[in-house]
Design a protein around this ligand. Structure first.
Ligand SMILES: CC(C)(COP(=O)(O)OP(=O)(O)OC[C@H]1O[C@@H](n2cnc3c(N)ncnc32)[C@H](O)[C@@H]1O)[C@@H](O)C(=O)NCCC(=O)NCCS
Ligand SMILES: Nc1ncnc2c1ncn2[C@@H]1O[C@H](COP(=O)(O)OP(=O)(O)OP(=O)(O)O)[C@@H](O)[C@H]1O
Length: 312
């Protein structure tokens, strides 16, 4: 299974992108939709909201009056934190159930508005961010979706900035163009990156890289930081240190291959990391267990497991 995180500010075009990905065969797990399910009538989630925000958030038929809750919850940080504390753990549990039920060869796209705010990026093999500037987003929400402008702006003000989203974006989809302009970009991303990436993860195959030097890419350090975030999560306490080394760290012309080094205590740690690294998209590149590659055809990398000199 390939896990892809899809995010973007309110009104950027996440739903538009996720519909295009679903048409290509992705399994969509939509956090906004799950957030609705977990507060449906009769759920403990709805009871908890009523306890926190009062019976005024209920409509006449006992269901949640979403506008009434939004009016209270987005009023100040404390209220929003109360809302998040009730909904987010429940969204997380339901998400885990849906992931467990997905096919082993699925490309699962999780549409998560608050992916950056909740620091979820390292959970995914790839993070896609849909971007458009704030005035464009607000204009679209007001004209196409009938959203109140002040409500849109106050929610956006509580969300991550585009700079914070750029830091986690393996892929940035610019949706400031006309309707339909995202579609060919998404089709190419699907065929050239997501499909082979999923196959590589499932078959524990490292993506090939070219030995041809390219000019220095200023994005290399940021790309390496994203991989380091995933490696940190996969290695847990077994990693003493994770570093970006070699010419791509020094930003000089070199083959487009990120070199990462994970320092571990001993050979047992090396062996114990084969499985979690493979699942995280870093399959073994040779039989020693000490050299791994990247399954992502769009971001070749090597991961060397180095036993700390103090221990040996
Ligand atoms: C307060 C609620 C009932 C308002 O419902 P409404 O129909 O107006 O909005 P909807 O759920 O369709 O969300 C639309 C957009 O608002 C933004 N938004 C929603 N919740 C939040 C939040 N807690 N913090 C910041 N932005 C939010 C997101 O960009 C989202 O895509 C609803 O947003 C909610 O239950 N929010 C809490 C759950 C949540 O955090 N969902 C977002 C991702 S898990
Ligand atoms: N390129 C585009 N040009 C014009 N309108 C667009 C474009 N892309 C999306 N829209 C419209 O803008 C609105 C917001 O898009 P969409 O619902 O996909 O955003 P979203 O990120 O999922 O929003 P939310 O955060 O509220 O869930 C929709 O009405 C959509 O039809």
């Amino acid at each position: 299974m390939l896990r892809v995180g899809l995010t973007g500010g309110m009104g950027a075009g996440k739903s538009t992108a996720s519909t295009a990905l679903a048409d290509l065969g992705a399994t969509i797990v939509d956090s906004d939709r799950i957030a609705r399910e977990v507060v449906a009538p009769g759920t403990p989630g709805l009871a908890a909201l009523v306890e926190a925000f009062g019976p005024e958030i209920l409509a006449g038929d006992g269901s949640l009056d979403r506008a009434a809750l939004a009016g209270r919850a987005f009023r100040d940080d404390e209220s929003r934190a109360t809302l998040n504390a009730i909904t987010h753990p429940r969204v997380g549990e339901r998400t885990a159930e849906l992931l467990a039920a997905a096919a082993p060869d699925a490309i699962v796209v999780q549409d998560i508005p608050l992916l950056v705010e909740n620091q979820l990026a390292p959970l995914f093999h790839l993070v896609i961010v849909v971007g458009a500037d704030e005035s464009t987003r607000v204009h679209r929400l007001v004209t196409h979706r009938g959203v109140d402008e002040a409500d849109a702006r106050s929610r956006i003000a509580t969300q991550a900035t585009d700079e914070q989203r750029r830091a986690v974006a393996d892929v940035w989809l610019d949706n400031s163009g006309p309707p339909g302009s995202l579609s060919p970009v998404i089709t190419a991303l699907w065929a050239e990156r997501l499909v082979p990436y999923e196959r590589n993860v499932r078959t524990a195959t490292a993506a090939p890289s070219s030995a041809e030097p390219v000019s220095a890419n200023p994005e290399w350090p940021a790309q390496a930081q994203r991989l380091i975030g995933r490696l940190r999560l996969a290695c847990g306490a077994s990693a003493q240190r994770i570093e970006h080394v070699g010419p791509t760290a020094q930003r000089v012309a070199a083959p487009d291959l990120l070199e990462l080094v994970v320092t571990v205590a001993d050979d047992d740690a090396v062996r114990s990391l084969t499985e979690p690294l493979t699942a995280a998209g870093f399959p073994p590149a040779d039989g020693t267990g000490r050299r791994h590659g990247s399954a992502d055809p769009g971001r070749p990398a090597t991961v060397e497991l180095r036993v700390s000199v103090n221990a040996s």
